[in-house]
Design a protein around this ligand. Structure first.
Ligand code: SF4
Ligand code: SF4
Length: 187
């Protein structure tokens, strides 16, 4: 039987192609659950790691892009190191975050999404994270001016926060990597 033009399989082709480009084959997953069992923050996810993989294989893009899991994933790679099929779920999460951003999906974790954006702006501009600039940008945009102030002062006192940025030599190459991303990561 011919596939419907709006079947999940059809609508999922683009997502699967993007994942294949990044070396992620979600169809290799046989739902053993080792990824979810090892994820250190799985209790905070609305859908588990193994569910994210299965939903991607099913083409449930809407459910994935509106989930909190894609924003809460810390990209620690524990799941990938435990997967018997070498599925890099941190990369899968990254692809989903970028897709959500491009499609203008309201993020389930707004503050995490804002931090993500400020972080990538910093990388684009300096070639690496300039923490003080990143924190200032995030604070102003989120309106959370005083949160974590004590921690910030401690880090500053221990020399962990540098007042001036230290850009890398290959800034131009980093900027090229952001080509085609629109104005989202402009400062
Ligand atoms: S560890 Fe790998 S194969 Fe097992 S459920 Fe997770 S993604 Fe699927
Ligand atoms: S990369 Fe993300 S999903 Fe995988 S174990 Fe770490 S936090 Fe969990």
């Amino acid at each position: 039987m011919e596939a419907s033009p709006i079947s999940p399989a059809h609508s999922n082709e683009k997502l699967l192609a993007k994942l294949a480009d990044r070396g992620v084959d979600v169809h290799a997953c046989y739902q053993c659950g080792r990824c979810s069992a090892g994820c250190p923050i799985t209790e905070f996810f609305d859908i588990t790691t193994m569910e994210v993989v299965r939903l991607a294989a099913y083409g449930a893009e809407e459910q994935l892009l509106s989930s909190s899991a894609i924003w809460l994933c810390a990209a620690c790679e524990t799941c990938a190191s435990r997967c018997p099929n070498d599925i890099d779920i941190a990369v899968l999460m990254d692809v989903l975050r970028e897709l959500a951003r491009r499609k203008g999906v309201v993020p389930a974790e707004k503050r995490v999404a804002l931090f993500h954006r400020c972080f990538l702006q910093s990388i684009k501009h300096w070639g690496r994270a300039y923490e003080v600039g990143l924190i200032a940008g995030y604070k102003v945009r989120s309106g959370d001016l005083l949160g974590d102030m004590k921690l910030g002062m401690k880090m500053f006192a221990r020399g962990r926060l540098k007042l001036t940025p230290h850009p890398i030599a290959g800034k131009a190459e980093i900027k090229k990597m952001f080509a085609g991303q629109g104005k989202e990561y402009e400062r």
